[in-house]
Design a protein around this ligand. Structure first.
Ligand SMILES: Nc1ncnc2c1ncn2[C@@H]1O[C@H](COP(=O)(O)OP(=O)(O)O)[C@@H](O)[C@H]1O
Ligand SMILES: [Mg+2]
Length: 377
């Protein structure tokens, strides 16, 4: 049964939604019901988009019928958000927490950043799950695939790229207001930590974040980039929602640890991006299992497979498992990310694999394997 479901998801991953993203990453897919060779699921889309989705619905049915062992497939288009899709109010309704924050609006309002092809958010339902570590190593993995990559630290509550990338200098201004980003390990880097003083009380950070974010997107000389990875603030509150909406995102990667509680937060993250129509590119399970630094033995101290199961439940791709390993922690915190400093190590392989899955989704098709670039810090 599980195998069949995975085969169905695989076949649906090859069907493109109207904006080009794989159907499995569109946020429209419901739970898939498989029973006695019959498959049923629905696609939940905005009422106005139904005509564009009708051909997708047909292609999805055809794709599923082609899976061996499937006798019939019924795919329904629903123009309403299903109750479970978002714990948050529907788009256009007043956000929780009062009327002070801007209302979610269609994401078309976020203009692109000139020269930047794809902006990818790395997000988590809560802090401390390894979001920044994942963002940095994902960016480096994309770099290794031959992409020109930037990384933007938008985590207002704990900007950490200066530490993770050992950046001591401040960006220079280029005549007037434009900022020159920092270059590290072949990545073009900018951190909100450069713009918002550490002393700024938390309560002010929320409102400031939008102007600081706009500034970092529009007033920084990013140059030509294939991908920009954005380390988002953790959580799913109004500030995060507004940011998800302000940045012209191609998609979002959600980082979670395997525990049930973290997965509940991850689910909220998925719902948040769906609410602002940003495709979820998939889920990374960080600190997935403990790997002994001495003998290499693996222990599933938090249980195992939680995130993979959750991804399947949510109809989003599972991007990979990163072990809890002392090297990752020590290297990260010393500003020596593993993908850059131990490019032949097992961890780098895992991150590059995750990066390849992300790359395939943002470019639509697997590209030729690119040579790995090793740049000394
Ligand atoms: N896979 C991992 N193995 C070991 N330590 C990790 C791993 N991922 C993250 N860490 C460590 O956990 C702490 C929190 O990670 P960080 O990336 O800063 O999380 P977040 O950005 O979600 O708050 C850091 O000390 C980091 O080095
Ligand atoms: Mg962080």
């Amino acid at each position: 049964m599980e195998l069949t479901k995975q085969q169905i998801l695989d076949s649906l991953a090859k069907v493109a939604s109207p904006d080009g993203a794989p159907l499995t990453a569109s946020g429209a897919l419901s739970e898939i019901v498989v029973s006695d060779g019959k498959v049923f699921f629905s696609l939940t889309v905005d009422a106005g988009a139904v005509p564009r989705w009708e051909p997708v619905r047909k292609r999805a049915e055809e794709a599923v019928r082609a899976v061996p062992g499937i006798r019939s497939a019924l795919v329904a288009l629903t123009a309403e958000r299903k109750a479970g899709a978002a714990a948050a109010p529907a788009r256009g309704a007043a956000p929780r927490g009062g009327a002070a924050m801007p209302r979610p609006a269609p994401r078309e309002t976020a203009a692109g950043v000139p020269g930047v092809e794809s902006i990818i958010a790395v997000a988590s339902g809560k802090g401390g799950v390894g979001k920044s570590t994942t963002a940095v190593n994902l960016a480096l993995g994309l770099r290794d695939l031959g992409l020109r990559v930037g990384i933007l630290d938008a985590d207002i509550y704990g900007p950490s790229l200066p530490k993770l990338l050992a950046i001591k200098e401040r960006p220079q201004t280029l005549g007037g207001t434009r900022l020159k980003p920092i270059s590290r390990y072949g990545l073009t880097v900018m951190s909100i930590g450069f713009l918002v003083d550490e002393e700024t009380p938390m309560i002010w950070r929320g409102p400031m974040v939008i102007s600081a974010l706009t500034q970092m997107l529009r007033e920084v000389e990013w140059g030509a980039l294939d991908a920009m990875v954005v380390d988002m603030p953790p959580g799913t509150g109004d500030a995060q929602l507004t940011m998800a909406q302000q940045v012209p995102l191609k998609g979002a990667v959600i980082v979670s640890t395997p525990q049930d509680l973290a997965l509940i937060d991850a689910r909220r993250g998925v719902a948040m991006f769906r609410r602002v129509n940003v495709p979820v590119l998939g889920l990374v399970e960080n600190m997935s299992y403990f790997q002994c630094p001495h003998c290499g033995t693996r222990s599933d101290i938090f249980g195992h497979g939680g995130a993979q199961h959750e991804a399947q439940r949510l109809g989003i791709p599972f991007l990979g498992e990163v072990p809890l390993h002392i090297d990752i922690r020590e290297k990260s915190d010393a500003g020596l990310p593993v993908v850059a400093t131990e490019p032949d190590g097992a961890h780098a392989v895992i991150y590059r694999d995750i990066a390849a899955k992300v790359r395939d989704q943002i470019t639509g098709a697997p590209a030729r394997p690119a040579p790995r670039i090793v740049i000394e810090a």
